[in-house]
Ligand binder design. Structure first.
Ligand code: ZN
Length: 215
């Protein structure tokens, strides 16, 4: 376990994550037209994904990337951890939506991820105090902790009843329902919603023609 300290700059340096970023993360294991597509197949891509969303510093991602290139086994283990935590968070989200108890191994995995969270500390400065945040784990730990924490915060003090799984069986994206009525069924009306409508329309048309043919 490495311990490093970075000076907190003003304005959003705490890498706060909203739950929609966590859902974007869950959806990186993408059911695309019914086929599972892995959007984070390498550690480099996972690090780039984390850095693009401000979950880790670009320098941290670069460092971790170089380290991974020199140590393929470490890279493989880190990538496996990314996938494992993502699967555990997905299990928790699924369980919340389905009003059931999550699997114990998923709870354990999320809790492990949470423990690597950065800690905020006061540091004496010549003219008073500054706030530092200390990274307890490596950049991958950090990113996974933040993504986990966003979901946990939503469960504890947010609106977990607004967590949805897209009704389109060939999509199943996790999303947060921000609609005024809170009755959104599809991740995206223009794609999945439309597809559902078209499928219903086709089924109706087929039933109609079958009736006409007397079959
Ligand atoms: Zn969808």
């Amino acid at each position: 376990m490495t311990i490093s300290s970075t000076h907190a700059a003003a304005g959003g340096h705490a890498h706060d994550v909203d739950v929609e970023t966590t859902f974007d993360f869950l959806n990186t294991l993408d059911l695309d037209d019914g086929f599972l597509v892995e959007k984070l197949p390498t550690l480099d891509l996972a690090l780039a994904w984390f850095a693009d969303r401000g979950l880790i510093h670009h320098e941290g991602a670069e460092r971790a990337g170089k380290h991974a290139a020199a140590h393929p086994r470490v890279a493989a283990r880190d990538l496996e951890r990314v996938h494992r935590v993502r699967g555990a968070l997905r299990e928790v989200a699924d369980a919340v939506v389905e009003h059931r108890s999550p699997r114990k191994d998923a709870i354990d995995e999320v809790n492990r991820a949470l423990h690597a969270r950065q800690v905020i500390e006061l540091t004496a400065a010549v003219d008073g105090c500054t706030v530092d945040h200390r990274h307890v784990g490596d950049p991958v730990d950090d990113a996974l902790a933040r993504l986990s924490e966003a979901l946990v915060q939503e469960l504890v003090s947010g609106q977990p009843e607004r967590i949805r799984i897209c009704d389109n069986d060939t999509c199943r994206w996790v999303f947060f329902d921000t609609s005024p009525t809170g009755r959104r069924r599809w991740c995206d009306m223009a794609t999945c919603g439309n597809r559902a409508k078209q499928a219903r329309h086709r089924a109706k048309a087929k039933a109609g023609s079958t009736a006409i043919l007397g079959l």
